[in-house]
Write a protein that binds this ligand. Structure first.
Ligand SMILES: Nc1ncnc2c1ncn2[C@@H]1O[C@H](COP(=O)(O)OP(=O)(O)OP(=O)(O)O)[C@@H](O)[C@H]1O
Ligand SMILES: [Mg+2]
Length: 366
């Protein structure tokens, strides 16, 4: 929805200042799906970087999910073409914003997180990538290239992408400082494999930085805009309640706003509608069906911050499921939840919920 982007200039400034400090030339922004990473990078970070004499180059590794190198190649080719034509760089960004918004609406987007026919880039593809970056560097002159690579976790989802990962690391390593990178991704599990596994080429090469949830000012922005542009009165409290029920996802929040504007609906009615939409779009029902009873209990415990190995939970598993509440069964449930990307473990004993809305759905089933 045009005109509804809530600007996050301070956050963009913060990331750029980290780059300027030189602690690292490569940062990773990790947050769950539909939290506003892509639009932040395109609408806030890239334009601000451009003002600071960077040449932002945005590439999505999902452009072709089976051949992630293609997204990089296209992005570099387009950036070179834009510089050649001395075209307005911001036009290139606008096209990408449109593309990202459209792809958010694609049916079954969530189902295609993994390549179904992953293809290894040829050595000439990889050599071409290197050549493109060199020629972009020449054209950039005194400016620094800032690679904004989206869906970076995709690199660790298939062995076929290993040579690309290596090449990327070498390309950046060779040019440390002259080419910088900000990577975004949504799966902490796969991001961990990429950045924290000693065998990965990206090991200790990329610093992870948090991507804070949007908060009160975002709600205030929506409230003011509804009142000013659409003469709709909604309280901060009710909007915030809806936002929390969507696990602070701006995507679902914008669905709420669109529904309110189109149907002159109240916040409560729109919230109800969006929760149903969310349920259908995210396939909660199918996911829940695949979960064993113990998986559900463990998932809910983790969502509530409860220690999954506590005596209390073991008793509950004994009582409510068909298996024994013992360590090995709980460990296996955690493994299944991780494999399904419903949770991730960042440190030992610290879990993240990767599926916003799922907890609410399971609680309603009980
Ligand atoms: N700053 C913002 N202001 C208003 N709406 C926003 C903002 N950021 C994101 N949105 C809304 O949320 C939607 C999803 O945002 P975006 O595509 O950036 O999320 P994402 O975290 O990249 O998701 P994914 O992990 O699925 O790629 C956007 O299409 C837009 O409707
Ligand atoms: Mg995205």
């Amino acid at each position: 929805m045009e005109g509804w982007h809530y600007p996050r200039a301070d956050l963009a400034e913060h990331y750029l200042s980290l780059l300027a400090l030189g602690i690292s030339s490569n940062f990773a922004i990790i947050a769950p799906r539909r939290k506003g990473k892509t639009l932040f990078v395109l609408q806030d970070l890239a334009p601000q970087a451009q003002k600071k004499k960077y040449i932002p180059v945005y590439a999505s590794l999902w452009q072709n999910i089976n051949a992630p190198h293609e997204g990089l190649i296209t992005a570099l080719e387009e950036a070179i073409a834009a510089l050649d034509k001395k075209a307005v760089f911001s036009r290139l960004l606008k096209t990408k914003i449109k593309k990202a918004t459209v792809s958010n609406e694609l049916l079954g987007k969530m189902a295609v997180e993994f390549a179904d026919n992953p293809c290894r880039p040829s050595s000439s593809d990889l050599a071409y990538l290197e050549k493109l970056l060199s020629s972009l560097e020449k054209k950039a002159g005194k400016k620094t290239i800032l690679l904004l690579i989206d869906e970076i976790q995709h690199l660790s989802t298939s062995k076929h992408f290993d040579t690309l990962t290596h090449t990327l690391r070498t390309m950046l390593d060779k040019r440390q400082g002259r080419v910088k990178g900000i990577f975004t991704g949504s799966s902490r599990h796969y991001m961990n494999l990429l950045f924290n596994e000693p065998r990965s080429p990206f090991y200790h090469f990329v610093e992870s930085v948090p991507f804070p949830d949007m908060d009160k000012p975002f709600i205030e922005f929506l409230k003011d805009k509804l009142a000013r542009d659409h003469q709709i009165t909604a309280s901060h409290q009710s909007l915030n309640r809806a936002f929390l029920s969507f696990d602070k996802s701006p995507y679902w929040m914008m669905k709420l706003v669109a529904h309110m504007v189109t149907f002159k609906a109240t916040v409560d009615a729109a919230q109800k509608y969006v929760l149903e939409l969310m349920e259908a779009a995210e396939g909660f029902e199918a996911i829940a069906r695949k979960m064993k009873p113990i998986d559900r209990v463990v998932f809910l415990a983790l969502s509530e911050g409860v220690n999954p190995f506590s005596k209390e939970l073991m008793d509950k598993i004994d009582r409510e499921t068909n298996v024994k509440g013992v360590q090995s069964n709980i460990q296996r449930a955690i493994q299944r939840l991780s494999d399904a990307n419903l949770i991730s473990q960042i440190h030992k004993g610290v879990y993240n919920i990767e599926k916003p809305g799922m907890r609410r759905y399971l609680e309603r089933l009980q």
